[in-house]
Design a protein around this ligand. Structure first.
Ligand code: A3P
Ligand code: MG
Ligand code: MG
Length: 379
């Protein structure tokens, strides 16, 4: 029997007013420390403080303390955090889907991004679908990506260019709010060893259309100032409280011509989706020269991105289409994954469909931990 497929094309059918979206609310969090060990606290939360312009983002590459990505982390940390929260309330969370924010970013951007494709594993447990990235696919696409980048023969290796993003974070963050950190520390950030092992991860409850989602994802930093608008794009008037003053940090090449502008506008879609899903209200973009020198900072309100893109007549993507596509796709996914076992969600690079098929008849593969299942059995 052919596997069920969901047509991405024609994307025109997802135009029009957006389906309702729930404003993401953080209900739990965790940290990885500088050895990438898990802690159920906010110890790795960082605070934004503007970096010095003119910094060389390549500096310190030789001492980069890089996280070993060859280990498959599945959903382990997210499940630990969810179970801890459930134990406090002695109640299951009410989400229809649990996954990393990165998986939802791939789904939401699917109508306008077909270069890379994706593969995920999913399993149904206690009326909720748990989705992880397929490890084999992740390794495969990393290889592909670095081959492509090497093929371009730029001045810098792909590894150095990836380092720029983490260096920018180190130059822009403090371990505590600026009033509690010495002047010396702030001025010497350029000397600090750059590491991507530590992370603060937020776990939010959010919703797209009829689907309630529990998403976990890294938040780069927090800021003290409170001049962020409290009205989030397209949120319904039921919202209580204000969003947390999170900051997403991004680097991008300086915009030098129309082509550069088009590239940046395309990148803004990913920036928007990533921050929209966790409810991060602003993005600080560090523009860099071809040679990796930090030349300019720009602050962007996440909520203003779709409107600005529409006003500028951007043709490469549309926010309502992303939301409406995700809403319909998630309805279909929930109808399709209706039975035990492990399922694969796959979009091949360049394909206009997403397929779902079963890869294991029973059980939950490695998606769920024994620890999580043992906890849920008690409930
Ligand atoms: P930039 O985004 O500034 O390039 P994030 O922005 O999601 O917080 O990620 C931090 C950094 O991790 C990125 O900085 C980039 O250097 C690296 N990174 C994240 N996703 C990546 C990917 N798919 N490929 C290569 N590098 C990536
Ligand atoms: Mg990050
Ligand atoms: Mg970032």
């Amino acid at each position: 029997m052919p596997s069920p497929v969901f047509d991405i094309q024609p994307v025109g059918r997802f135009n029009g007013e957006s389906e309702p979206v729930k404003r993401p609310k953080e209900f739990a969090f965790f940290s990885y420390d500088d050895k990438h060990e898990f802690h159920l606290d906010d110890s790795s939360l960082q605070w934004y403080y503007p970096p010095r312009l003119g910094a060389d983002l390549s500096k310190g590459f030789e001492t980069f303390d890089k996280h070993d990505e060859s280990i498959d982390e599945h959903l382990d940390s997210l499940l630990k955090t969810i179970a801890a929260r459930e134990k406090e309330e002695w109640k299951k969370i009410d989400a229809n889907i649990v996954t990393w924010r990165g998986m939802m970013t791939k789904i939401m951007s699917a109508p306008f991004e077909d270069r890379d494709g994706f593969e995920m594993n999913a399993t149904l447990y206690h009326d909720c679908i748990f989705i992880e990235e397929s490890y084999e696919f992740k390794q495969f696409s990393k290889d592909q990506q670095s081959k492509q980048q090497r093929g371009r023969r730029g001045q810098f290796s792909p590894e150095v260019m990836t380092y720029w993003g983490y260096k920018f974070e180190t130059l822009s963050c403090l371990p505590r709010p600026w009033g509690e950190v010495s002047r010396e520390f702030i001025e010497n950030r350029d000397e600090r060893v750059v590491s991507n092992k530590a992370q603060y991860c937020s776990v939010v409850r959010t919703g797209i259309g009829k689907t309630v989602l529990c998403l976990g994802g890294e938040v780069d930093a927090k800021t003290l100032t409170w001049d962020v608008p409290s009205v989030v794009w397209d949120s319904k008037p039921t919202q209580k409280g204000a969003p947390i003053n999170w900051i997403e940090l991004k680097t991008s090449a300086e915009i030098r011509d129309d082509r550069g502008m088009n590239n940046f506008e395309r990148k803004l879609m990913k920036f928007w989706i990533q921050s929209f899903l966790l409810g991060v209200p602003r993005i600080i973009v560090g523009f860099r020269s071809q040679g990796g020198i930090l030349t300019k900072l720009e602050e962007i309100q996440t909520a203003s991105i779709p409107e600005t893109a529409a006003k500028r007549g951007v043709r490469s993507w549309n926010a309502n289409v992303c939301i409406n596509f995700a809403s319909e796709f998630l309805d279909w996914l929930r109808n399709t994954i209706n039975d035990e076992g492990v399922w694969r969600i796959r979009r091949r690079a360049g394909s206009s469909v997403i397929e779902i098929f079963k890869v294991e008849e029973v059980g939950h593969g490695s998606i769920l931990t024994e620890e999580f299942i043992n906890w849920r059995i008690k409930l």
